[in-house]
Design a binder for this molecule. Structure first.
Ligand code: FES
Length: 109
């Protein structure tokens, strides 16, 4: 085993696309897969495939009946991780600006 140094990742987004059978706990199958696909495309189209990693996950522990749960981690940064619940496609422009683009901007001197 060996650790991997110098990862190019600056923002790692985890998108819950968990599904559950009807009648039990809610899950992120209300859009999680679509959010994952959209964020992955955003990273590719904006030439951030190396610096913005988008990973589809199972339950992140913040299940909700509407939308999906997203988690943002910022490797190599002092930024704290952010979890968002009940995210929908209409939230995506704001989510991208606040939690991805802002983290990629150079720090203000
Ligand atoms: S099913 Fe998505 S956070 Fe639990």
């Amino acid at each position: 085993m060996r650790a991997i140094d110098a990862l190019p990742c600056r923002v790692h987004v985890f998108v819950c696309a968990n599904t559950r059978p009807p009648g039990g706990l809610p899950s992120c199958d209300q859009g999680g897969q679509g959010l994952f696909d959209a964020l992955k495309l955003w990273a590719l189209h904006n030439r951030h495939a190396r610096t913005v990693w988008v990973t589809q996950t199972r339950c992140l522990g913040y299940c909700h009946a509407a939308g999906a749960t997203l988690a943002f981690y910022y490797p190599g940064s002092s930024r704290k991780p952010v979890f968002l619940q009940a995210v929908t496609q209409s939230d995506l422009p704001e989510v991208v600006q606040r939690y991805i683009v802002a983290a990629l901007a150079p720090p203000v001197a």
